[in-house]
Design a protein around this ligand. Structure first.
Ligand code: G3I
Length: 375
């Protein structure tokens, strides 16, 4: 039960947070900062000129119904990742059935437009099909996992740039010594399910870059610090037992009013990951504008500054080979449902606006690519 003391401290925290946010907004909104870009070329070209891949997550239903959106993807992206279509709940309508229709459409679209294709994700505790809980148990979990990874990776073998083999398996708050999240896969198979997943994927598709993907690694706060430490330990354990892992995916869902950003600490983490011989991919970049001022001019400036500041730090690390945004245009973004604004204004977290016109965030990305060291 909350006593009076705890109630008043909740009030203090709430006030402090609001003041914190408004202070950050003042700090970040710099009307004198320009985002000039030269060259008149696409993001894909700005990135590839430095040996970096740029691309975005896409949904089959949206590309089919919005030809002009499809054209923007074809112009801007050098690599495509399905936002939903390769997850268990879409691929596995029934325990003994695979349906690749939607994912294959995206693979073909990518191929037709000369883009690489990446897979997200083979092992996750979310987006599982409705039959999962009543069907998968300790006795058959290994069979399901191995069969799933083998079937899906073989289906695209030789054509997949990279796979997020395991997604979001670390959760320091679950208080395990190994930092692993308490998921059904962990409960059924124990901590070695991660090693197993990578080995099965490597056997079925020896050409794909095999990646561990996670979020909450970006900022300088105790939560992200604990996660960086736990992820690094996981990567070290996997490397030391010879697991065929080739990369770390840093999701990079950023927040527009957050200044607990410490370039030095982030660079150190990236260098530690790189020193294990791993590549790094920025896999789901976007910037939440939920609590930023409503005016587009201010909001777009802060979002753009967040993109440019973050990318200029991560792209200085040569092991970072790819940057993907989680969507391309503000017309469709998971943030409209997961982080909507209280004033009901449309959210603006991506490089193109809802009319598919480049925003300052687009310029910010192009500038960060232009300034990045060549790979
Ligand atoms: O399945 C129905 C579909 O049949 C129907 O057409 C559609 C109509 O709205 O709803 C569908 O469900 C959606 C589901 O994805 C598809 O599996 C949900 O509404 C939607 O909220 C759900 O969310 C996605 C989520 O992953 C779960 O798959 C988000 O769009 C997607 O952005 C999000 O992506 C995750 C990454 O995989 C991992 N990292 C975090 C990131 C954001 O949460």
């Amino acid at each position: 039960m909350l006593g009076l003391g705890s109630l008043s401290s909740v009030g203090v925290i709430a006030t402090a947070k609001t003041k914190y946010q408004s202070d950050q907004i003042k700090l970040l909104d710099n009307p004198k900062r320009t985002f000039k870009v030269f060259g008149g070329i696409t993001l894909r070209k700005h990135a590839s000129a430095r040996g970096i891949l740029y691309g975005a997550a896409a949904r089959e239903d949206l590309l089919v119904s919005n030809p002009e959106l499809a054209t923007s993807y074809a112009q801007q992206c050098g690599i495509l990742v399905p936002e939903w279509e390769l997850k268990w709940n879409i691929l596995r309508p029934a325990p003994d059935k695979f349906d690749f229709t939607k994912a294959d459409w995206l693979a073909k679209f990518a191929h037709t437009h000369g883009m690489l294709f990446r897979g997200h994700t083979l092992v996750w505790h979310e987006a599982l099909p409705p039959w999962f809980n009543s069907t998968v148990n300790q006795q058959n979990a290994q069979k399901f996992l191995v069969e799933h990874i083998t079937t899906v990776t073989k289906h695209y073998a030789g054509h997949m740039h990279s796979w997020d083999v395991v997604n979001e398996a670390i959760e320091p708050n679950d208080n395990r010594a190994d930092g692993l999240k308490n998921t059904p896969w962990l409960q059924f198979l124990g901590p070695d399910y991660i090693d197993l997943a990578f080995r099965v994927a490597a056997q079925a598709d020896p050409k794909a870059l095999l990646v561990y993907n996670d979020y909450g690694l970006e900022y300088d706060n105790p939560k992200d610090e604990a996660k960086r430490t736990a992820v690094l330990k996981l990567l070290e354990r996997l490397k030391s037992k010879g697991t065929p892992i080739h990369g770390l995916g840093i999701q990079s869902h950023l927040t527009g009013y957050e200044t607990h950003f410490n370039p030095k600490k982030l660079r150190r983490f990236l260098a530690d990951v790189a020193s294990l011989g791993l590549k790094i991919l920025i896999t789901e970049l976007d910037v939440v504008d939920q609590k930023l001022p409503a005016a587009f001019t201010v909001r777009d400036r802060i979002v753009a500054a967040t993109y440019e500041d973050y990318l200029s730090v991560v792209l200085a690390e040569p092991a970072v080979i790819a940057v993907l945004t989680w969507g391309l245009s503000d017309r469709y973004t998971w943030h409209s449902t997961y982080a909507p604004r209280s004033d009901k204004a449309a959210v603006r977290p991506l490089p193109l606006d809802s009319q598919l016109k480049p925003k300052l965030a687009w310029n910010a990305m192009a500038r960060a690519f232009d300034k990045a060291p060549r790979r």
